[in-house]
Design a protein around this ligand. Structure first.
Ligand SMILES: Nc1ncnc2c1ncn2[C@@H]1O[C@H](COP(=O)(O)OP(=O)(O)OP(=O)(O)O)[C@@H](O)[C@H]1O
Length: 256
């Protein structure tokens, strides 16, 4: 199949990546539709983080193709070019600006606002302000706009970071283990947030917590990675009942 004719937001085909002879990604193909909320699961060392590194240009594959919006060849682009294309990533550990307020964190993330550092407020247009308040509502931090990032609870920092991806205008949000270290209530609220974004945004979530995966997948596709390869893909019930998945992953990691 030619990826050039596909309607996917992201089409990766035949990716391979070795580190010092160890094959972390093995003939990996992955197709993502616009507006999808896709969860990627897999045991430790399955290649999930490496796969995100390949998408964002942090790591280059040895072989394979990767097209964004049918026309942008991600493999020939550097990390910053890929970021400017609209691919945003949230790492597992929150990386908000702790000395800046929640509002300022969002201002600093606005698309094209790299020069805002010196004049944080003067360059914020009324439209941008409206947008920030819209995002604050979405991430349910409207009453924390004046709080310093560092004063937020762990879960709130994660939501702020998701808000920062929205402020960047990311077309594709890559979210690495958003529920890690969260209370059950925070985890549930994170699921609600991601579900509220689905359809309007395209999101890839890497996650281990199967209760959370069930909450956000709700009939959506889940991809199981194993040894750098897609082992199985489908609805959460389908993958959880797949013998190979039970053997390599859920049998060891299931929280049920
Ligand atoms: N820069 C690197 N050099 C050498 N080996 C690496 C490098 N990056 C990843 N690997 C190896 O590739 C494999 C896949 O790692 P990766 O972090 O992508 O897995 P993962 O599915 O994200 O695991 P986890 O769930 O534990 O985060 C691992 O065996 C890891 O040790």
């Amino acid at each position: 199949m030619s990826v050039a004719q596909t309607p996917f937001l992201l089409a990766a085909e035949g990716l391979n990546k070795s580190f010092q002879g160890f094959q972390a990604i093995r003939d990996l193909s992955f197709y993502l539709d616009v507006g999808e909320l896709r969860t990627v699961i897999g045991p430790n060392g399955a290649g999930k983080t490496t796969f995100l590194d390949l998408i964002t240009g942090r790591t280059k594959p040895d072989t394979g193709t990767m097209l964004f919006e049918d026309s942008h060849d991600l493999i020939s682009m550097n990390e910053y070019e890929i970021y400017r294309l609209g691919i945003g990533r949230k790492f597992q550990t929150p990386t908000v600006y702790t000395d800046h307020t929640v509002y300022e964190n969002l201002v600093l993330s606005l698309a094209g606002s790299r020069s805002v550092w010196k004049s944080l407020f003067s360059k914020v247009s009324p439209d941008q302000k409206d947008r920030i308040y819209e995002i604050l509502k979405t991430i349910k931090l409207q009453d924390k706009a004046d709080w310093k990032g560092g004063a937020l609870a762990h879960g709130q920092k994660q939501w702020l970071e998701i808000g920062m991806l929205l402020a960047q205008d990311a077309k594709l949000l890559l979210v690495d283990e958003p529920a890690a270290g969260m209370t059950d209530e925070e985890t549930y609220r994170t699921g609600e947030l991601l579900l509220s974004l689905a359809g309007k945004h395209t999101i890839v979530v890497i996650e281990h917590d199967m209760t959370f995966v069930r909450q956000i997948s709700q009939g959506r596709r889940v991809t199981v990675l194993h040894q750098g390869h897609v082992l199985c893909e489908g609805a959460v019930d389908h993958v959880q009942n797949d013998e190979r998945v039970i053997e390599v992953y859920l049998g060891r990691k299931s929280k049920h």
